[in-house]
Structure formats: structure tokens, C-alpha cells
Design a protein around this ligand. Structure first.
Ligand code: GLP
Length: 244
């Protein structure tokens, strides 16, 4: 595991941005796995900046998103489709055909998830996967007790996740209770993974995930088994991780 400690959210976003930028410069048709949530927004700003100021070319990059809420339309302002368009896709030069996001309105979720796995394989796997972490240790929407062998599938969100996500919705009833997510095995097949975490509220779970036992009770702990994991944290979290 490579651990990068930063002094601020801006620095965290810049470091992550540099790594993604270098990867695209090295491989124009990079297969890039993306995450949602508040944490990677700064990284997406950095990528937009790299496009505008340095002309970074995204035209051949292939994008796969980690997850999507189930039962809401892509036009819904709370969908991850909408989030990605808003923060990244509408601001860079991409080929719309190279964007893969799970469809929250699919009528046949098993078939759809199989199709998604097939697409990842067809593109020869994800080169670089960006991850955030949920307060309960979820990555994507792989909630505690998800199998380390899990693949892309429909999942039930747990109470804490529904509560955490409710801040974006007008009422508790509107918060989706299910989601489609890449599985833990799918995520672990990415050649390189960047895990981003910012803020004191993530300290406890980051310590558990990176220094605690590798257990399905803490889905992100599986990342300890990855051979090319880069963790970028802000300094508020770092002492907790270093001094076990
Ligand atoms: C959601 C997403 C995760 C993300 C998490 C943390 O649950 N499905 O991929 O890591 O939120 O979000 P934040 O970065 O806002 O803390």
C-alpha cells in the first residue's frame, strides 16, 4: 500500500488528479473506474482544469462507474448519472459511447449486471479505479457482510447508508433503499486502486479498513489484499493510521 498524506482537501484532490492525469498520458485509452460522493468532487475539478488549461485528451478514455441507485431515472438530480454529468462528463471531451453507468431503471437487473461485467471484460478490465469509503466501510455500495467474491448486482442499502444519503433528498421516503453496484471481486480486479478519504468523521473507519482484520464486516478491508493500492488521506486521518 502506498500512503499519501496531504495537508488539505485541495492537496488531496491535486495528488489524485496528478495520478489520473499521468495514467491518461501513459495510456490514452485508459479504462477508468469512477466513484461518486462528496470526496472525489475535487479530483473531478482537477481533471476539468487539466482539460481546460493543458488540453488533456479524454476522447479515448473509457469510463465505468461503481454504482447507481435502483429505481430512479438517470435524469433524476440525485442519480449518479446526473452527478457524473454535472461534475465531469459535461465538462471534458469525452466520447459518450465510452461511458458505462449501471441503469437504475433496468427491468432485468441480473441480466443488466451480467452485461456490465461483460463490458468491463471486453475492455480488458479497469486500469485505475477511484474509490471513496462510506462511514460503515462500504466501497461502491458493497455494504458490511458483502461477500469478497461478489460481482455486480442489486443490493439492499443498510440503515446507516440510507440515513447518510438522506441529506441529498427532500424526505426519507425519497431515499432509494436499493442500488446496483460493482462487486468487491469486480473492484479488486482493477489493476490500480486509489482510495480517497477526507475528514475526521472517516478516521475510525479508515483505521479499521487499513489496519484492522480483513473481514467482510468491513468491506473496504479487502483492499489490504490489493497489490497496487494508493491511499490518499488528509493529515487529520493519518496519525490514526500510522500509529496502530
Ligand atoms: C456513497 C457511494 C460511495 C461513496 C460514499 C461516500 O455511498 N456509493 O461510492 O464512497 O457515498 O461518500 P462521501 O465521499 O460523500 O463521504
Amino acid at each position: 500500500m502506498k500512503l499519501i498524506i496531504t495537508n488539505s482537501y485541495d492537496e488531496l484532490s491535486q495528488k489524485a488528479g496528478q495520478i489520473v492525469k499521468q495514467a491518461i498520458l501513459k495510456k490514452a485509452d485508459l479504462v477508468l473506474g469512477l466513484a461518486t460522493g462528496s470526496t472525489p468532487i475535487g479530483l473531478y475539478k482537477e481533471l476539468v482544469k487539466a482539460r481546460n488549461k493543458e488540453g488533456l485528451d479524454f476522447s479515448k478514455v473509457i469510463f465505468f462507474n461503481l454504482d447507481e441507485y435502483f429505481g430512479i431515472a438517470s435524469e433524476n438530480k440525485n442519480s449518479y448519472h446526473y452527478f457524473m454529468q454535472k461534475h465531469l462528463f459535461s465538462k471534458i471531451n469525452i466520447n459518450q459511447k465510452s461511458i458505462f453507468i449501471l441503469n437504475g431503471q433496468t427491468k432485468n437487473e441480473a441480466k443488466h449486471c451480467q452485461w456490465y461485467e461483460g463490458k468491463i471484460k471486453e475492455k480488458k478490465g479497469i486500469d485505475l479505479q477511484i474509490l471513496g469509503i462510506g462511514a460503515n466501510g462500504h466501497i461502491g455500495f458493497n455494504e458490511p457482510r458483502s461477500s469478497f467474491n461478489s460481482r455486480t448486482r442489486l443490493v439492499n442499502l443498510n440503515k446507516q447508508t440510507i440515513k447518510d444519503n438522506s441529506r441529498f433528498f427532500s424526505s426519507m421516503d425519497d431515499v432509494p433503499k436499493k442500488a446496483l453496484t460493482m462487486g468487491l471481486a469486480t473492484i479488486m480486479e482493477a489493476k490500480t486502486i486509489i482510495l480517497l478519504a477526507f475528514g475526521k468523521h472517516k478516521a475510525k473507519i479508515i483505521k479499521k479498513a487499513l489496519t484492522g482484520p480483513i473481514t467482510e464486516k468491513v468491506p473496504a478491508s479487502v483492499l489490504q489484499n490489493h497489490s497496487d493500492l494508493i491511499v490518499i488521506l488528509d493529515k487529520k486521518l493519518s496519525p490514526i493510521v500510522i500509529h496502530r
